[in-house]
Write a protein that binds this ligand. Structure first.
Ligand SMILES: [Ca+2]
Ligand SMILES: [Ca+2]
Ligand SMILES: [Ca+2]
Length: 631
């Protein structure tokens, strides 16, 4: 399956404007790119007391809550991994614009677990920035490098973002009309990794290896050469700092020595204990909430440090806490992270042995049965995610905007999409959603508030906080969709918090004491449960989902009109874009493309913990090599 890497891959992934690129060989080993970009004049729109700024060639917005919202022009170059970037020069030729009003401030982010009016917020203007004559942002060029995958090849991404600059006190906006980028680099003499023995590795318990044999046969027959290893074999053979790092080092070995593309983490919690078949990686992003696990940790194997490819351990400050970040706490508690996936990862979160066979049956059956009439039906469910009682504007229904993007993408591909929205009064409660599953669906996208065991949304323009429930954990067993198995996307907080366990009751009593545990029961009890909703969708025998996505921690979004401009909605919508617009029909690859696009187009991962949260907590439950719709 693996292609031999070309000596010089060179790709422009983002940017729709006029660009003129010349690549030249400078000497025996050095190359040089000269890229001239023409940028159109900014479009200035009146928005009440403010002005919004947009540029045709911009792909995203520079959003720092309370600070001026500005467009971003992005260029991305991909080189074979092992390339050394010697120098990047950016020259800009800018025009000055005098503004009559202030540039609109960026919105505050909102969580998706808000089930009460506690979450109301309002836009606060950053007086320091707006009261200054200094240019914002102080630096208009932002250069970053990462190690990841492009079209299945290991590459070095060079990402260049350029923003206009704004002096609030002087009402002055500087916008480049021409940008010249010069990149000098040395490609590697030969590819960094040459092995091509296998395509996929399954990591599970020793006891379950034989159970996976027919799954391995099925994958081998499809041309996905699959091998398997056990944690019992892995732990003594690697010297990671803990079991999760041992597994990550095993995956790194499998990339380098076997040439694998896919990893299945086969197992979740052991029953209702606090032990694991395959461990999670708890992360210390304080915006994600307690107990947030990231399976993306196992996918991001390499980073670039001083132009060298290095192991990405997600602990750059080397203190044994992984993925540390927060927008509140000291900047010292921060791990710089690459985030570009280097291998495609999914988890089969079974807890009991008897759950394995039905799961394997599901995948084999799904991939082996062509001509599924029901596959071309899809369902989206949402409402007003930031209604007026929380402080939202009237007439803007964030979750419906998000799911409408998905619905339109699928309709363009010939899907018949049912939109269950609060604004159209098309659903009133859980039974409306359960009923729709019986029809058979290819895709489902929920944009809801949530916790590990339930999701719901608000009526349009809700003034009172009357949450309408969409689904509870106990409803999963009522789904009677048999072999008509959808890919289910749940954008909601904690719906994929797969570390939940009935043993959490004892853990919490141990940690907080009996009295405080009982007092906090309202907030803790949704983790005192046997499964999270996203896992339950996949594990359900005869029905449920063929693969499911959710967030293991909080799932943030920008409120009101900015809701489609980043964070979790962007990622969820982009999965459907990967499938529908970019023709990526392998589920794990479509997931990873959404992440790669987020990093390339939106970025800011090492500036803002909320961007990190959008990627870290996004979990794929299922076989990452599964072909959507089957063969
Ligand atoms: Ca750390
Ligand atoms: Ca990486
Ligand atoms: Ca709203």
């Amino acid at each position: 399956m693996k292609k031999i890497i070309g000596l010089l891959i060179f790709g422009i992934l983002v940017f729709s404007g006029i660009s003129n690129i010349v690549i030249s060989k400078e000497n025996q080993s050095n190359y040089r790119i000269l890229d001239k970009i023409l940028v159109s004049a900014p479009i200035l729109n009146q928005e009440g007391e403010y002005i919004s700024v947009s540029i045709d060639e911009a792909d995203s917005l520079w959003l720092e809550p309370g600070k001026p919202q500005l467009p971003v022009v992005t260029k991305v170059y991909a080189f074979p991994l092992g390339t050394k970037i010697i120098n990047v020069t950016i020259e800009k030729y800018s025009d000055e614009y005098e503004l009559t009003k202030k540039v609109i401030p960026s919105p505050e982010p909102l969580q998706l677990s808000c089930l009460s009016s506690q979450c109301s917020n309002s836009n606060i203007i950053n007086e320091t920035v707006y009261g200054s004559s200094e240019l914002y942002p102080s630096n208009s060029d932002h250069i970053s490098k990462g190690a990841g995958l492009k079209d299945g090849e290991h590459v070095l991404f060079l990402n260049i973002k350029i923003t206009p600059q704004y002096s609030p006190v002087n009402n002055l906006l500087l916008v480049p009309h021409e940008i010249k980028i010069i990149v000098e680099y040395i490609p590697p003499v030969e590819p960094l990794f040459n092995s091509d023995e296998y395509d996929m590795i399954i990591i599970t318990n020793e006891d379950y290896i034989s159970k996976f044999q027919r799954f391995i046969d099925h994958k081998n027959n499809l041309g996905i050469r699959t091998t398997i290893d056990s944690v019992e074999n892995i732990y003594p053979n690697y010297d990671g700092r803990d079991e999760a790092e041992d597994i990550k080092l095993r995956i790194k070995d499998a990339v380098e020595k076997l040439g694998i593309e896919y990893v299945i983490l086969a197992g979740g919690r052991k029953g209702q204990t606090l032990e694991w078949h395959i461990p999670d990686r708890k992360i210390s992003n304080w915006e994600s909430g307690r107990d947030c696990s990231s399976d993306h940790y196992f996918a991001d194997i390499y980073k670039i440090i001083d132009d060298e490819v290095a192991f990405e351990d997600w602990d750059s400050n080397d203190n044994g806490l992984y993925a540390e970040s927060s927008n509140e706490i000291s900047i010292n508690l921060w791990d710089e992270i690459d985030y570009y996936p280097d291998v495609v990862v999914g988890r089969l979160p079974f807890r009991y042995e008897h759950e394995i066979d039905p799961l394997i049956d599901k995948i084999i059956q799904y991939e082996s049965s062509p001509d599924k009439q029901w596959f071309h039906n899809a369902l989206v469910v949402s409402g007003d995610q930031y209604p007026p009682f929380m402080g939202g504007l009237h007439g803007i229904y964030e979750g419906e905007m998000e799911t409408n993007v998905t619905a339109n993408l699928l309709e363009d591909q010939g899907f018949a999409v049912v939109r269950l929205w609060q604004s159209t009064h098309s659903w009133n409660g859980r039974s409306d959603i359960i009923d729709k599953f019986s029809d058979g669906l290819g895709f489902v996208h929920f944009a809801c508030h949530g916790n590990p065991i339930s999701i719901g949304s608000y009526p349009a323009d809700d003034e009172d906080g009357g949450l309408i429930e969409a689904l509870r954990l106990k409803d999963i067993k009522r789904l009677d969709n048999g072999n008509s198995l959808p890919v289910v996307m749940i954008h909601g907080c904690h719906t994929a918090q797969f570390s939940v366990s009935l043993s959490n009751i004892l853990r919490d009593i141990n940690e907080y004491g009996l009295w405080d545990t009982l007092r906090g029961a309202r907030f803790l009890s949704s983790t005192w449960v046997p499964y999270d909703l996203t896992s339950a969708f996949l594990i359900k025998e005869d029905g449920g989902a063929i693969a499911s996505f959710g967030y293991s921690g909080y799932g943030y979004f920008w409120g009101n009109g900015a809701c489609l401009n980043g964070l979790c909605p962007w990622i969820c919508m982009r999965f459907f874009d990967s499938y529908a617009n970019q023709s990526i029909d392998i589920i794990g690859k479509a997931r990873d493309q959404a992440i790669i696009d987020y990093l390339n187009i939106i970025g800011g991962m090492n500036d803002n913990a909320l961007h990190r949260n959008a990627i870290e907590g996004w979990i794929l439950m299922g076989d990452p090599s599964m072909k959507i719709g089957g063969y």
